[in-house]
Design a protein around this ligand. Structure first.
Ligand SMILES: Nc1ncnc2c1ncn2[C@@H]1O[C@H](COP(=O)(O)OP(=O)(O)OP(=O)(O)O)[C@@H](O)[C@H]1O
Ligand code: SF4
Ligand SMILES: [Mg+2]
Length: 417
């Protein structure tokens, strides 16, 4: 851990010590990564549940920076089932992107490294442990098995090449063996049509700046799905778009996912997007998973004070408030994480155990898990009692309950018809 002087700065000596230590650690990781002709047996593994497309298991991804080690992902465990959408939610800087980049082996190297834990990727007839897969093999996995839709299409598309050339290149690289230029172009046109671009021949010849934001995001989706990947990572796919286009893109993603039966890992800080799309939800805070469950678990029975805070800070239909709730305080410094619950300094529902070590995951049901001392057996009754919650959280829970009951009665009526 970096030792700071009283004025908060590192001494020259301490900075040199950190740099030397970082070089040593990074060199070790890089040496392993750059090995050639690694036998497949070294990175073959078995899925713990063959129904999962991806399993993150106690993943630790750190950045070794000059001011200390950033614990961006600090023991993340969750799975993405085949054919399902898993929403990953949490505020800025909590490690959502670094988790997904770890799966693609695209964490910024050399300072960013997967330090420990496993990422198991299901390839159907076998499974790979991604952190051990060598670079050249990874090139055959990216795009073909796992692909990523990035947040800002303008920065992800190359401004000096035509759309057609950029999509052609993806198809040629991943699936172009034995195909003529004309056949590849045909595949590109089909991919553009699949994402709802009507004038596909015209768009094929255009440059990115000639398209609107929604069209560019459609092109990005076409590129990501061109090779029918098993897992699609959508990192904030609609953040740069207005709400009508956002709804269209989400619809498109849902339909395409069903058509090619892939799994989606949907990263966002927008709970509305999660509610619309996700089967399962993972809530991350400061590099760790604090709560996970089905979308219904998380939306109608949120358990972790952080999840409750996130929900209370969103407008809910039927909830009238003068001012929206905001979670007090800020995320701890990822270079200097505390050894107790990372949320404690912001938590309004502490119990006496909270000053102890970081809380373990507690299962509330087969699907719902939370990492919080309030759900220890002796506190469970209070934890579920709305009277013991802050008023903003209580109001949010009541509004969500009403919404749930309304949804249930709509479903019952539809069933009767
Ligand atoms: N290249 C890097 N070097 C050093 N630290 C990094 C680097 N990339 C990410 N981090 C740190 O890792 C942590 C997690 O970042 P990450 O990008 O995963 O956050 P996020 O949850 O995706 O946030 P956002 O919602 O803003 O996209 C942050 O504290 C960030 O500062
Ligand atoms: S463990 Fe304690 S401090 Fe942490 S979220 Fe739960 S109640 Fe709050
Ligand atoms: Mg991000």
């Amino acid at each position: 851990m970096a030792k700071k002087r009283e004025d908060g700065y590192l001494s020259g000596r301490e900075a040199r010590r950190i740099q030397k230590e970082n070089r040593r650690i990074i060199n070790e990781f890089e040496k392993k990564r750059k090995r050639k002709n690694v036998p497949e047996s070294e990175y073959l593994t078995t899925m713990h549940d063959p129904g999962n497309a991806v399993e993150f298991d106690d993943l630790h991804t750190f950045f070794f920076t000059d001011s200390g080690t950033v614990h961006s992902v600090d023991g993340v465990t969750f799975s993405v089932p085949i054919g399902k959408t898993v929403g990953v939610v949490g505020e800025s800087g909590c490690g959502k992107s670094v988790t997904s980049l770890s799966l693609m082996q695209l964490v910024q190297r050399p300072q960013g490294q997967i330090v420990s834990g496993e990422i198991r990727l299901n390839l159907g007839n076998k499974a790979y442990e991604i952190s051990k897969v060598p670079q050249e093999k990874m090139q055959t996995i990216r795009g073909n098995v796992v692909s990523m839709i990035f947040q800002e299409p303008m920065t992800s598309l190359n401004p000096v090449f035509r759309i057609g050339d950029q999509v052609d290149e993806v198809i040629a690289l991943h699936d172009g063996e034995g195909k003529s230029k004309e056949e590849i172009k045909q595949r590109t046109i089909e991919a553009l049509e699949m994402v709802g671009i009507a004038n596909s021949e015209g768009v094929y010849r255009m440059y990115p700046h000639e398209l609107s934001g929604g069209m560019r995001q459609r092109v990005m989706i076409a590129m990501s799905l061109a090779c029918n990947p098993k897992v699609i990572i959508a990192d904030e796919p609609t953040t740069a778009l207005d709400v009508t286009i956002q709804a269209q893109i989400l619809d498109l993603l849902r339909n395409l996912k069903d058509r090619i039966n892939s799994s989606i890992m949907l990263i966002t800080h927008d709970l509305g997007v999660i509610a619309e799309m996700a089967d399962y939800v993972v809530v991350m805070y400061a590099g760790r998973v604090v709560e996970q469950g089905t979308a219904e678990d998380i939306f109608y029975h949120p358990a972790h004070p952080y999840t409750m805070g996130l929900m209370a800070s969103k407008p809910v239909v039927g909830k009238h408030v003068e001012q929206l709730y905001s979670i007090p305080g800020k995320v701890p410094n990822p270079v200097n994480m505390p050894d107790y619950c990372y949320f404690r300094d912001r938590c309004e529902m502490c119990v006496k155990e909270c000053s102890g070590a970081y809380p373990h995951m507690i299962s509330l049901s087969d699907t719902h898990k939370v990492s919080c001392y309030r759900f220890l057996e002796e506190h469970r009754k209070d934890a579920e009692n709305p009277e013991k919650m802050p008023s903003a959280v209580r109001e949010m829970m009541e509004a969500m309950k009403r919404l749930h009951e309304d949804n249930d009665s709509v479903k019952a009526e539809e069933g009767e018809v």
